[in-house]
Write a protein that binds this ligand. Structure first.
Ligand code: FE
Length: 289
């Protein structure tokens, strides 16, 4: 029991999940963390892929032109670079520490190709759903290189890169999405530190461990250790507390407002009904993107 007078409801880890190996694009080896049998989705999050390899054969084929409709794709690079290009003439490179927040809306056709022939390529792609009334919005991008993402340094040395949302200490990330009010933080902690952050109480939220182990609380008032590449699903609540014990750690903290709408998936299209997915395939085939 929480015996302090602090009435904030703690966020606890309700499940720890490992991603599963997957191949996507033209043969990119990755780990599917959300969007797999053990965690089909965490509303509004439809998919989380993690990629990390220094073997070119794992990533060199990239993701040749393919369509999207009805949601957002968020690419966050930790190491290496990806070149992005779409059928509306938008092109750019996402470098280490950079973010690309693409609102596919009614549709784009794009390619995502490694901008390197060797070396480490590491990062994440997260898919975030859009509500029914915004699925057919015009596509748009929010792109920010590493130096444009604020780094909050706390009194104990903990460093928080703020991609979107506002931290309890008032740092706001450059990406804005009022439809799902996402929080996307990349947190570095030194050994022996404890990190506490508030999260909107009813948002769905998870942590993903990049360097572990981290220690989190469970509902039974126990603690659990999450290791590298573990996904930790969080309960609802207001405050999350994470500790680093014997080593420095790094993890993502991501939260978003659930949409609570029906989800119809068809590969690169995520709509509310099967008919809408069918329409997306027809629009794509007839060159309507
Ligand atoms: Fe894509």
């Amino acid at each position: 029991m929480n015996t302090t007078i602090d009435s904030a409801v703690p966020r606890t880890v309700t499940r720890v999940i490992k991603g599963m190996p997957a191949t996507d694009g033209a043969g990119v080896e990755l780990t599917r963390v959300i969007g797999q049998p053990a965690m089909p989705m965490l509303d509004p999050f439809l998919l989380l892929d993690a990629f990390r390899s220094d073997k070119p054969e794992d990533y060199i084929a990239g993701f040749p032109p393919h369509p999207h409709r009805g949601f957002e794709t968020v690419t966050y690079m930790l190491a290496g670079s990806m070149r992005h290009k779409d059928n509306a003439g938008h092109e750019g490179v996402i470098g280490p520490g950079g973010i690309q927040w693409m609102t596919a809306g009614k549709g784009i056709v794009h390619s995502e190709m490694p901008e390197q022939e060797d070396g480490l390529l590491e990062g994440f792609q997260l898919w975030i759903n859009l509500p029914a009334e915004h699925k057919m919005d015009a596509p748009r991008y929010q792109e920010h290189a590493a130096n444009l993402i604020p780094l909050e340094t706390r009194d104990d040395g903990t460093q928080v890169r703020v991609i979107t949302g506002t931290t309890s200490q008032g740092t706001t990330g450059p990406v804005s999405q009022p439809l799902t009010e996402p929080l996307y933080l990349d947190i570095h902690m030194a050994a022996g530190q404890t990190f506490t952050e508030s999260i909107p109480e009813t948002h769905n939220a998870f942590i993903y461990v990049i360097e572990g182990p981290v220690t989190a609380n469970t509902i039974e008032d126990q603690t659990v250790q999450l290791h590298r590449d573990d996904l930790g699903i969080l309960s609802t609540g207001e405050n999350l507390t994470i500790s680093a014990n014997d080593n420095a750690v790094r993890f993502l903290l991501v939260a978003g407002k659930p949409l609570n709408e029906p989800v119809a998936r068809g590969g690169p299209f995520v709509m509310n009904t099967r008919e809408e997915v069918q329409q997306a395939f027809e629009d794509y085939k007839s060159g309507g993107f």
